[in-house]
Design a protein around this ligand. Structure first.
Ligand SMILES: Nc1ncnc2c1ncn2[C@@H]1O[C@H](COP(=O)(O)OP(=O)(O)OP(=O)(O)O)[C@@H](O)[C@H]1O
Length: 589
């Protein structure tokens, strides 16, 4: 894929960064711009003062003595100012760098939090996000500034050369500069498109590295001697990346070499033209020194401008990736009115002709699902692995939009918007979050308003029996940052404790007890049943004995509801549920 950026008017990337940094860090932004503004005048001040000093020395007489001293002092002040200016500029850049890194990360995360779950799961979105993260806002700003400052310097140098009649030299320099800018821009875009295309294979390499060092995967990797297989997969990705990097280096080095060659030729031509012209026209020594300084400045400014222009072209492509991530469609914001009028009336859920397909799947995961869950009803979803139970739960939570058909939610007479469903829902997921943070935060996830309410947190912990392994609210859990290690069941109890922190209009337990021992499982189930007394609740389970105690059971098979009713009704119809139930019962006798 050839990478090009859309040329938009008014330097949107430059203005975006300037505005953002100015709002977030006004002092350093001002310092940065002032120091950059001053750098060109200070440089030209130095050049012309030197010229006048040399001219005065050439035409020395006792009256010029004081002038010379004054100009030399001025020159020293300017040299001092140049040093001070560049130190202040470095300080401003360092401070702006931390602001810009934080702001970029923050903007991308904020955007991510507004995307729909379906979009987030799309691998294309992940690649877009990784590409967006390659942007450096401060580099973009500094490259724009660099291009501007070098360009102004070059133009002034050209004007000075023109004033002294070196028109041909000016034309040659401008021609060479334009050619270089064009070539370097092309090279940058090519190199950048190669790097951008590597993001997904870099993700794969990171994943493989993580597998090899992650404590959860290490035991199995060692047991099954998978290391060498994983190493060879990693090597394959590395080799691929290496080949692309090789192409990248060839491109850039060819151009760098051509650029150096052009500069050498230009250097020789300039010195020859200056020497011949000045030698033959008998100009002042001051002018000679000035022109020599100009020529040496030219050989600093031209390569610097070319390099920074090429870097800018690269950053502008990254900026395009960044904006294309920020342009992704967001979920509609939550309805504030419903938010403030929150009540805990049990929820009614109506599912009508529902079809659902994951963006990455070829076929539907759910088909033709119809059901009405009445307020306060206790429901069980049962079915074999992969039948679609958790997917149905995610749709009932409003996390994914239906592919066809619809789901409606009601509290009393009021319809609840899909995006507000999660506000009044308490869920214990199958794959719950294990925060490598204090216990307090792990439990308070169920209701962040209680994070400092020790008595509520402790009560929830007690109910979930998560307090009987010698931990306190501020105990750090998870080994990643040196916290205590928990077993699968202990983590699960923390997740269950979250559910006790809230009054939800809808409670969902998606296999919440898989890691618990039978006694703890029984207790957890009793508590779910009690919690579900006043509100609509859904439990997803493989333990069919639990479904005996709910009001209605839905048996899911290959994404369809194939049977529904109470335990007794389903046992009477002599269908699939009965077979499954009897098969499980036979395992325990
Ligand atoms: N995020 C996803 N993206 C793509 N496909 C998915 C995703 N989640 C689940 N699936 C697919 O949807 C199908 C149903 O999965 P789901 O987790 O809903 O089943 P389940 O009945 O809850 O299974 P289990 O009892 O094993 O938990 C599976 O074939 C799975 O591959």
């Amino acid at each position: 894929m050839e990478y090009t950026y859309k040329e938009r008017c008014c330097l949107p990337d430059f203005l975006y960064v300037v505005k953002l940094l100015y709002v977030k860090d006004r002092r350093n932004s001002l310092l940065y711009f002032i120091t950059n503004l001053l750098s060109a005048p200070i440089l030209f001040g130095e050049l012309f003062t030197t010229k006048y000093v040399v001219d005065l020395i050439q035409n020395f007489n006792p009256n010029t003595y004081q002038h010379i001293l004054l100009l030399v002092s001025l020159l020293m002040v300017m040299l001092y100012l140049a040093g001070l200016n560049s130190s202040l500029r470095a300080i401003a850049i360092t401070n702006l760098t931390s602001t810009s890194i934080y702001e970029l990360e923050h903007t991308i995360l904020e955007k991510t939090s507004k995307l729909s779950t379906a979009l987030l799961e799309d691998p294309a979105t992940k690649t877009k996000r990784e590409k967006a993260k390659r942007l450096s806002l401060i580099d973009l700003l500094d490259q724009w500034t660099g291009v501007t400052v070098h360009l102004i310097t070059l133009v002034v140098l050209m004007v000075v050369l023109s004033v002294y009649g070196f028109y041909i030299l000016v034309l040659i320099i401008l021609g060479v500069q334009i050619l270089q800018l064009y070539l370097m821009k092309r090279m940058s875009q090519k190199v950048e498109s190669i790097s951008a295309n590597q993001t997904s294979s870099v993700r794969m390499i990171n994943y493989l590295v993580d597998l090899l060092i992650n404590r959860n995967s290490i035991p199995e990797i060692r047991m099954y001697r998978m290391s060498s297989y994983l190493f060879s997969s990693m090597k394959e990705s590395f080799t691929n990346n290496f080949k692309q990097m090789h192409r990248k280096v060839i491109y850039s080095e060819t151009l760098n070499f051509s650029q150096r060659l052009i500069m050498i030729l230009l250097n020789g031509t300039t010195i020859a033209i200056l020497a011949i012209t000045i030698g033959s026209s008998g100009q002042s020594a001051g002018l000679f020194v000035l022109l020599l300084q100009i020529s040496s400045q030219l050989f600093i400014v031209i390569p610097a401008l070319t390099r920074v222009y090429a870097d800018l072209a690269k950053s502008r492509l990254r900026y395009e990736d960044y904006t294309s991530y920020l342009d992704l469609e967001e979920q509609v914001l939550r309805d504030q009115e419903v938010n403030s009028n929150r009540n805990t009336d049990p929820m009614k859920v109506q599912v009508h002709q529902l079809f659902f397909r994951y963006p990455t799947n070829a076929k539907n995961t759910l088909s033709n699902v119809n059901m009405t869950i009445h307020p306060g009803e206790r429901i069980a979803f049962v079915g074999e692995n992969g039948s679609g139970k958790s997917t149905l739960v995610k749709l009932i939570l409003g996390l994914y939009p239906a592919t066809a058909g619809n789901i409606q939610w009601f509290k009393g007479e009021n319809e609840v918007l899909a995006l507000n469903v999660t506000q009044d829902t308490r869920v214990v997921f199958q794959d719950f979050i294990k925060l490598q943070r204090p216990i307090r935060e792990n439990i308070a996830l169920g209701n962040m308003a209680t994070i400092h309410d020790d008595s509520r947190l402790l009560a929830a912990m007690k109910k979930a029996e998560a307090d009987n392994y010698g931990v306190r609210l501020d105990t750090l859990v998870g080994p990643q940052f040196g916290g205590i290690d928990l077993s699968g069941g202990q983590w699960q109890r923390l997740a269950i404790a979250r559910a006790y922190l809230n009054d939800g209009a809808l409670m969902i337990f998606d296999e919440p007890t898989a890691a618990l021992d039978p006694y703890a499982e029984q207790q957890a189930f009793d508590t779910f049943m009690k919690l579900g007394d006043q509100r609509t609740s859904i439990i997803v389970t493989h333990r069919l004995y639990m479904s005996k105690f709910v009001d209605r059971i839905f048996l899911v098979e290959q994404g369809e509801i194939v049977e529904s009713g109470t335990h007794e009704e389903l046992m009477r119809v002599d269908g699939k549920y009965k077979k499954m139930f009897n098969r499980q019962s036979s395992l325990y006798v």
